[in-house]
Design a protein around this ligand. Structure first.
Ligand SMILES: Cc1cc2nc3c(=O)[nH]c(=O)nc-3n(C[C@H](O)[C@H](O)[C@H](O)COP(=O)(O)OP(=O)(O)OC[C@H]3O[C@@H](n4cnc5c(N)ncnc54)[C@H](O)[C@@H]3O)c2cc1C
Length: 421
């Protein structure tokens, strides 16, 4: 590891940011009716606007990378700085003081797919992609879910058949975020239906521009279309692009999913800024509800729930920082976040009444509709609420496992849809 203290590194980061970005103006006290009333945390942009935003994000990553700030903890051979998590957090804290492009397009690419390539690809494939992914020259998507396989991911049916030094992939994936903006994808395929369902799977890195790949947009109720259906019709992938051993794809998928949960947990503080007490109070005051005992009681409960979730996450993250393993706190983080968001948007909808359903131009009202429509998706992404409850029941409370797990019957003999993880 290079010999630079966290303080020295933070100074380097600040010098880079001073030279390349605007300082964020100091946060002002929230005043009803002033500034933007935007509250959506869910993307509802059209595809042109999304592509433009992706270009800005890529340019920023390139600049960071070329100044040695693109992959702070990564190996030097891929352009990383080989520094500690503390250095990375120091950079994030300094960058937060500046106005820089949103990095949403890299969430899956760098938060989930790149760590899986680092863990499971052969060195030549790591060489081929990791530098480009961290420099923002490439984006990667996650091709796991299928029309009949979401929670029960191991029942997926997209098949890969070996043909000499290549594999031929045929099947359909769905809900693939950012597939249309991605150069490569991490795909899990069935390679041996004679094996039990978790055992006959293999992971690959697939070229999203290869002949036989067709990407079709799916429109969400928020108005956005950042999901896709992806069809594979005899798409050829070199064996070198295999992730891990043949039929060991479940382990590969778990690497990706563990990174997904860790990033959701880390970001699961509950959006306390957006849901700050000042904003809550200003809304109630404006609508003459700040003396209503029931509404006040509910507002206090919401604020407490978000605050408890934030502290719980902080406890889990502090434990990880101190070298411990993620504990039960993280299993509840996503559940707490989605429960709190649901309760909050339902409460806002009650306070605003019909103003949330019709765009009258009134400040701070209809803007909430995007949020209201986006929250159900969060309760599904990265493991549904019910699956999270199963995990908490089994792994935290030690309750008996869900019945119906079959780890011996060959996949081809299973009635798909009846066997669960
Ligand atoms: C915002 C968002 C982004 C996404 N991005 C991606 C992506 O980039 N790549 C990708 O591969 N996928 C992605 N997905 C898909 C996501 O992983 C799946 O939607 C999720 O795993 C649930 O699967 P499903 O939709 O098939 O629902 P199902 O698994 O069919 O579930 C339907 C209902 O049954 C319940 N249920 C299922 N099994 C059980 C059980 N054992 N016990 C109790 N209840 C159960 C569920 O909780 C749910 O309410 C995304 C989804 C969303 C919403």
């Amino acid at each position: 590891m290079a010999d630079i203290t966290v303080e020295e590194f933070a100074r380097e980061a600040r010098a880079f940011l001073d030279a390349n970005a605007e300082k964020r103006p100091p946060a002002r006290e929230f005043v009803w009716g002033e500034g933007s009333d935007e509250v959506a945390v869910f993307d509802e942009k059209d595809r042109d606007a999304e592509a433009l935003e992706a270009e800005e994000a890529k340019e920023w990553r390139r600049l960071r990378f070329d100044h040695g700030l693109g992959w702070i903890t990564g190996p030097e051979k891929f352009g990383g700085r080989a520094l500690s998590g503390a250095h990375e957090r120091a950079y994030a804290a300094v960058e937060n003081e500046y106005v820089t492009p949103g990095m949403g397009i890299f969430t899956i690419s760098l938060g989930m797919v790149a760590p899986t390539i680092l863990a499971h690809a052969i060195p030549e494939v790591q060489d081929l992609y990791l530098r480009d992914l961290y420099r923002g020259d490439m984006v990667a998507c996650q091709l796991f879910s299928e029309p009949g396989s979401g929670s029960d991911l191991a029942s997926l049916q997209t098949k890969a058949i070996r043909d000499g030094d290549e594999w031929v992939i045929t099947g359909q994936k769905v809900w693939t975020s950012s597939a249309h903006l991605s150069e490569i994808g991490e795909i899990i395929c069935r390679t041996d239906p004679e094996l039990p369902k978790h055992k006959g799977l293999t992971g690959f890195v697939v070229d999203m521009r290869a002949p036989g790949v067709e990407i079709r947009p799916l429109r969400q109720m928020t108005g956005g279309a950042n999901f896709n259906e992806v069809f594979f019709e005899e798409v050829r992938v070199p064996d070198t692009h295999r992730l891990g051993d043949v039929n060991q794809g479940w382990t590969v998928a778990l690497t990706t999913l563990m990174n997904e949960r860790a990033s959701i947990g880390a970001g699961g503080g509950g959006g306390s800024g957006m849901f700050g007490p000042r904003r809550l109070h200003a809304m109630l005051e404006h609508f003459g509800l700040d003396r209503d005992p029931v509404v006040r009681d509910e507002a206090a409960r919401l604020y407490s729930d978000f605050t408890v979730a934030k502290w719980n996450n902080q406890r889990a993250l502090d434990k990880i920082k101190a070298g411990g393993l993620p504990g039960p706190e993280l299993s509840t983080a996503k559940l707490a976040l989605t429960n709190n968001l649901r309760a909050y948007t339902e409460w806002v909808a009650r306070v605003l009444g019909p103003r949330i359903t019709a765009d009258s131009g009134e400040w701070g009202t209809y803007a909430w509709s995007k949020m209201l429509l986006g929250v159900p998706g969060m309760r599904v992404a990265g493991g549904t609420d019910e699956i999270m409850k199963n995990i908490v029941a089994e792994r935290v409370l030690g309750l008996p496992k869900d019945p119906g797990i079959d780890s011996t019957t060959p996949f081809k003999d299973l009635k798909v849809g009846t066997q669960r993880d």
